[in-house]
Write a protein that binds this ligand. Structure first.
Ligand code: ACM
Length: 399
C-alpha cells in the first residue's frame, strides 16, 4: 500500500516503533526561531529548509505525496523548543522535525524526540558528546572544524589564545577540545570567558584583550553577540593582522549583519562557504537568491538545513511507503551519501555527517576567501575530546 494509495480513514501506516495517520500529504515540522536572540541565523535555516521542501514538492513530492511543512517559532527559548517539538511530533504527527541552532535548544528537544521515537534533523555545528538514535546531525563537530584550524593558527599567528564565548554548553565543550589540541602544540589559553546569551556590550572584554595582547581571539559567540562583538572590535580599531578573531560560528549571515568592512581580515572554519565552486552550489545559491532576494546569502548552517531535507527525502524513497516511520527513515539514511553544495557528504552510522573542512578569511565584500581546505572528507568524531568513548551504530561505547 503506497502513501498515495487509497488507505481509508482512519487507517494507519505503521512502521517499527511508530505509526502515523495516512493523509493526503506528509507532515514535517520546521522548528526554527524567527524571533529572539538567534533569529538572525535561524530564520535563514528555516528559509533553506523550506526552499528544499518547495523544490521537492515542485518535483512531485515523495512517493507521489506533497510534504506539508508545519511551522513553529520557538522564539529562541529552549523550553519553548521542547514544547513545540512535542506539539509537532504528537499533535501534528510529523515523521521528522527539522530544527534549531543552539545546543541548548537541541538538548531541550532531544528527550522529546527520544520519548516519541521520532527524528530531529539538526543542521548546526556543535560540540559533540552525544549519541542519540533520534537526532540526525548535519553540522560540523569540533574535530571537523578545529583539527585543520588550530595547528594552522599556532603556526601562522602564535600559541596564545584568548577564548570568548556565550555562556552555555557549546562554547565550553568547543574550548575544551581546543585546549586538548593546544596542549599538543605547546599553546596557551591566556584568558577564557563567557558572556550571557544575547550579551551586547563588550567594552570590558575589549579592554582585557588590549591588556593581554593574545595571538588569537578564539570565538564561540553566537547570533547577536557575535555581531555586536565584531562591530565593537572594529570600532575599537583592534587589528585583525595582529590579533585576528577566529570564529567557529561566524558565517556569511553574521558577516552580512556585521558589515563586510568590520569583518574583513578575520577568520572562520566551516565545511561550506557561499563561494564554493560546484554545480550543486551554483544551483543552491541561484535558487536561494531567486527565492529570497538578490542580497540573500547562503552559509554553512543553512546549507546543512537544505541538504538535510534532501537526505530525508532520499531515505524516505528507499523505504516501501507502508514502512515509513521515523526509526525506519533513520535506518535507511545511515550510509547514504549525496552531492551537497559543499561536496559529497555521507551519513555515518553514528548519525553524524562526513564533511569537507575549510578555513577562510573574510573579505570586505562579505564573502570568504578559502585559504586552507581538507583534501579528504572528514569523518565525524562526537567524542573526540573524550578518549575511550565512541559513538557507534549501537550507541555509546566506552573502552
Ligand atoms: C551551537 O550552539 N551548537 C552553535
Amino acid at each position: 500500500m503506497g502513501l498515495a494509495g487509497g488507505l481509508s480513514a482512519p487507517a494507519l501506516l505503521s512502521g517499527v516503533g511508530r505509526a502515523y495517520a495516512a493523509g493526503d500529504d506528509i507532515p514535517v515540522g520546521l522548528l526554527f526561531s524567527l524571533t529572539g536572540a538567534v533569529a538572525v541565523v535561524e530564520h535563514t535555516l528555516h528559509d533553506a529548509a523550506l526552499m528544499a521542501i518547495e523544490e521537492i514538492n515542485a518535483a512531485g513530492g515523495i512517493h507521489g505525496k506533497q510534504l506539508r511543512p508545519i511551522i513553529e517559532d520557538p522564539a529562541s527559548d529552549p523550553a519553548t523548543y521542547a514544547d513545540r517539538a512535542r506539539r509537532l511530533m504528537i499533535r501534528d504527527k510529523c515523521v521528522s522535525v527539522f530544527g534549531s541552532y543552539t545546543s541548548s535548544s537541541r538538548q531541550a528537544v532531544l528527550p522529546v524526540a527520544e520519548q516519541r521515537n521520532n527524528l530531529y534533523w539538526y543542521p548546526t555545528l556543535y560540540e559533540g558528546r552525544e549519541c542519540s538514535r533520534n537526532v540526525m546531525y548535519g553540522g560540523a563537530l569540533a574535530n571537523q572544524q578545529q583539527d585543520i584550524l588550530i595547528p594552522w593558527l599556532v603556526e601562522n599567528y602564535g600559541p596564545r589564545f584568548y577564548m570568548i564565548g556565550n555562556n552555555y554548553v557549546y562554547p565550553k565543550e568547543e574550548n575544551n577540545y581546543c585546549k586538548t589540541l593546544l596542549k599538543d602544540l605547546s599553546g596557551e589559553v591566556v584568558h577564557e570567558e563567557y558572556v550571557p546569551m544575547g550579551h551586547s556590550d563588550f567594552s570590558s572584554v575589549l579592554n582585557r584583550i588590549r591588556a593581554e595582547e593574545p595571538d588569537v581571539i578564539f570565538s564561540t559567540l553566537v547570533g547577536d553577540s557575535d555581531v555586536a562583538f565584531a562591530r565593537q572590535y572594529h570600532a575599537a580599531e583592534l587589528n585583525p593582522e595582529k590579533m585576528p578573531v577566529v570564529s567557529l560560528t561566524r558565517s556569511e549571515i553574521e558577516v552580512k549583519a556585521i558589515g563586510g568592512e568590520a569583518a574583513a581580515g578575520h577568520f572562520s572554519s566551516a565545511p561550506y562557504f557561499m563561494g564554493h565552486e560546484s554545480p550543486e552550489n551554483e544551483k543552491f545559491v541561484e535558487a536561494y537568491k531567486a527565492r529570497y532576494g538578490a542580497d540573500a546569502v547562503t552559509h554553512f548552517v543553512n546549507e546543512a538545513a537544505y541538504f538535510q531535507v534532501y537526505q530525508f527525502k532520499n531515505a524516505m524513497e528507499k523505504l516501501d511507503p507502508a514502512d515509513v516511520s521515523p526509526p525506519n527513515i533513520r535506518d535507511a539514511a545511515v550510509g547514504m551519501s549525496m552531492k551537497a553544495p559543499q561536496g559529497e557528504i555521507l551519513i555515518d552510522e553514528n548519525l553524524h555527517t562526513h564533511l569537507w573542512p575549510k578555513v577562510a578569511q573574510w573579505q570586505a565584500d562579505g564573502q570568504a576567501k578559502v585559504i586552507l581546505q581538507s583534501e579528504e572528507r572528514v569523518a565525524p568524531k562526537p567524542y573526540a575530546a573524550y578518549p575511550g568513548q565512541e559513538c557507534t551504530g549501537k550507541g555509546l561505547v566506552k573502552t
